[in-house]
Design a protein around this ligand. Sequence first.
Ligand code: SF4
Length: 250
Amino acid sequence: MCQFSCGAASAVATKLALAQYGATHDVQIVNAFLQEEHVDNRRFAQDAQTWFSREIVTLRNEKYNASAIQVWHRRQYIKGPSGAPCSLELKRKLLDEWKQPGDVMVFGYTMEEADRLDDFRERNPDRPVLAPLIERGLGKEDCKAMIERAGIELPYMYRLGYDNANCIGCPKGGEGYWRAIREDFPEHFEAVCALQDEIGPGSWFLRYRSGPRINERFPLRDLPAGEARRNESLPSCSFFCEAAELEYTA
Ligand code: SF4
């Protein structure tokens, strides 16, 4: 079972799993639709489906209309000690409903994330998982190059310089990332600000890094001017990464 997140790494992991097991196993490819992802992610999914020569099953959360902002609004927070509720509600729960006992999960972890795979395997010795990228020593940049060599245009978020094709305005990002979102997608930025205005301090997720209020949280509206960092490294957001992390944070 391959989770395709509209990112380069999951696309290459899926392609490799199909090459190795497609003729002998029932390889399924699932994707979660999210409202806040850039619309070009859908184009990339179409191109990837052609590359795979296999259908991608798109799942969509109905309770929150597949919207991270709706999850945050209804749950009244954006990011907590065990992560962001959006990926749990909009990705992991869909996977739980979809998966069957005995399924082997294909992780899109790259070489840079090898320690996360080790953690998962250590804590879940009875759960079969494949990590085709790590098995072959492939990193994020390798995956992007492989996508381009296949003649597929990378998702627009990568072309803008972002580290992944996550939702526009992801709470896993830090100050530099959010400055970039403020510049590139002011409406998305304002939507999260407006939500924080409504919910209050419980929804703040950025922290002062220095000064007298070091470590205190502050609202996005107070984000000081500074360097925008589109390539700030963000943790992957996928069914499997969240599933994996929740195995040991639950
Ligand atoms: S990419 Fe970020 S905002 Fe979107 S579901 Fe994942 S954690 Fe939430």
